[in-house]
Each structure stands twice: as C-alpha cells, then as structure tokens.
Design a binder for this molecule. Structure first.
Ligand code: MRU
Length: 350
C-alpha cells in the first residue's frame, strides 16, 4: 500500500490517506490529496510499483496514473521511469515479485534524487538571490505551495526561501493565498509556520499594492512544466505576478528540477492547462475536502446557482518575463531555448 499525507485536510488535520491500488491513487491525485509537480512524479512512480506488487495490470495502471492530471510533466516522467524499469525486468526474465521490486527501487531512486535536487536548487537559488539583491534582508513573494509537501526534500521555490531564512537573510515571506484551492493559505503558511519563518498571508489580489509599495524584492515560484522555449506553466496567478514584477523591476525567479523541463513541448501554447470543476470557484467547501468527489461540489454556494466559472488550474508565463530558471544543474538567465537545452544535456550526462 501507499500511505500519503492527505493535503486536502491540512492545516487542520495531519491525516494519512492509504491507497491500496492505482485507481485510489488516481483519485488522490485528482482531488489534490497528493499534489505539486515533483511529488506527483514520485507518487506516480510508487503507484506503478504498487500495481506491480499487487498483481494488477501494470500497463493499465501506468496509463491511468500518467493521465490523472495533464499539466505537471513530472507525473508522466515518474510513471514512465518506474514502468520502464518494470518492463525491462520482465523482458530480462524476472518473475512478478522481482519485477515489482525493481519498480519499487526505481520509485525510491527518484524519491532520493528529488531530495538531492532540492538541496542543490536551494543552494543555487540562495546564491542567485544574494547576487541579485546584495543588500540582504530579502522580502520574497511566493505563490501556491512549493515546499517539503511537494518534494522528496524541502521543495523548490520554498526551499530557496527556507535557505535564506536559515542564514538570516529572509526578512519576509509574502504568501499568496492562491485561490481557489488555497494552497498558499493552507499549505505554504503551514510550512512557513513550522519552520519559524517571518511570513504574511495576502489575498492574491493584494499583490499589486504590495509591489506598488516597494515591499517585494523578488518573486520565487515553482513550475509544473517548462517548455523548450522557457515558457513556464505554474499555478494560475503566476503570470499576473510576472507582469507585476516586470513593471516594478523586481526579479521573477522560477525554481524547478530538470525533470520539469519538457523538451517535447516546444512552447507555451503547446502546454495543456488543466481545467478544473467550476464548483471550486462558485462554492466554498467547509471543510475543504470535496464532499462528494471531484465532479461535484457539496460546498456552500457563493455565486448564484447555475453560474458558469472559468477555472484553469495553471497559467503560462512567457520566457521574456522570467528573470531566471534555477535548477539543480544550475541557473539559466537570461532564459533562452539554447540555455535550457544545454542544461538538459548536462543533466543527462551525469
Ligand atoms: O494544483 P497543484 O496544487 O498541484 O499546483 C502546484 C503548483 O502549481 C506548484 O507551484 C508547482 O507544482 C511547483 S511545486 C514545486
């Protein structure tokens, strides 16, 4: 079985969610009980191992898991990796038990690598912040949730802020609430509080006045997919922050492992953006957990019944608005197709 921390229950409850088969994990992914690009990859890989260990149809499970959510490329990557390891083992003559063990080892390796990538991204990101903001005392704005909850380690963008905090150079972490599912309010604030960071929560709409008041030194966000041209898909609301940052001459920094860069996606327009149920916008659900599943709401309506909603889970920021992309392999700045390709090639050599 696969045991997850149910992120839909946070910060009120730290509850375990037990998945005994791939369909249960697919449901956990769709409801965002497990979420965030790197963690989706790790969970997907463990899901393949779970299907193999339980004797289910591994090809079918891999297909369902890889397609559970469309935008974060890490999910398909993690699934593919464990699936390939499993298939290679079967081709080499391994029995079902041994092939399942091989899939599990592949998932564990990915988990470990993500922890290591997280450490290296934090180091590169902190060095970049110090270079861009020589005065120290960084005031960083972040969006969505990018910490230990989404990673084998301490995360991506959040890990950089945490590294700055640990060396006494984080003056303030501005945390966007991140409507409609409140990953900032529920999850990033939870992680910032646990780490003793100086943080302030704001509604997404308040970011503009914060920039105008000169209160933001840098924006740090994660990514769900980075196209070959450097376009960045991340939680909806990231693109407006990039526009604000450019207008106010504030660095807009994306932190993501190399596995989030997708050379097969040529540009931003080619990224599939997940559209989610309108009830996430037209209702407030208390408690947050969807009561009757992803398709139905079950919350308190805050808009007239029958209201249509526009609810993309992500938006795409063009490369010209991104100051730098920080990965475990180093920093790309300015963000160019060539720079990213070189970085990916470097990562494949090791
Ligand atoms: O819909 P979610 O909560 O899975 O979206 C997560 C994000 O957008 C994160 O910012 C992204 O995955 C980067 S996490 C390192």
């Amino acid at each position: 079985m696969l045991v997850l921390l149910d992120q839909t229950r946070l910060p009120g409850e730290e509850t375990e969610l037990v998945c005994t088969d791939a369909p249960a994990l697919v449901q956990a992914i769709r409801t965002l009980a497990v979420r965030g690009a790197p963690l989706l990859g790790i969970a997907g890989a463990y899901g393949v191992a779970l299907a193999a260990a339980r004797g289910f149809d591994v090809d079918e499970a891999a297909d369902a898991l890889a397609n559970a959510r469309p935008t974060a490329v890490n999910l398909a990557y993690g699934v593919r990796r464990a699936h390939a390891a499993y298939r290679d083992a079967v081709t080499a003559g391994a029995d079902a038990t041994d092939a399942a063990r091989v899939a599990l080892a592949a998932a564990r390796a990915l988990h470990q690598e993500d922890a290591e990538a997280s450490r290296r991204m934090a180091a590169h990101g902190l060095a970049l912040l110090d270079e861009l903001l020589p005065g120290g005392g960084h005031r960083v704005l972040t969006h969505c949730n990018t910490g230990a909850l989404v990673s084998g380690g301490e995360g991506t963008a959040f890990a950089v802020a945490l590294a700055a905090h640990r060396v006494g150079r984080l003056r303030r972490l501005w945390v966007d609430e991140t409507r409609p599912l409140l990953q900032g309010a529920r999850l990033t604030a939870y992680e910032a509080a646990r780490n003793g960071m100086a943080y302030t929560l704001l509604t997404d709409n308040a970011a503009g006045s914060l920039f105008a008041g000169g209160e933001v030194d840098a924006v740090l966000i994660g990514a769900d997919r980075i196209a070959a041209d450097g376009s960045v898909a991340n939680k909806v609301g990231s693109y407006p922050l990039a526009v604000l940052a450019r207008y106010h001459h504030v660095p807009f920094i994306v932190v993501a492992p190399v596995t989030t860069v997708d050379p097969e996606t040529p540009d931003g327009a080619s990224i599939e953006v997940e559209q989610r149920g309108g009830h996430e916008v037209t209702e407030v659900t208390v408690p947050f957990v969807p009561v009757t599943g992803v398709e139905a709401g079950g919350g308190i309506p805050v808009a007239p019944l029958g209201t249509q909603a526009y609810n993309p889970a992500f938006d795409v920021t063009p490369p010209e608005l991104v100051t730098a992309i920080v990965t475990e392999e180093g920093v790309v700045s300015p963000v160019t197709r060539e720079g990213l390709a070189e970085l990916c090639a470097r990562s494949r050599q090791v």
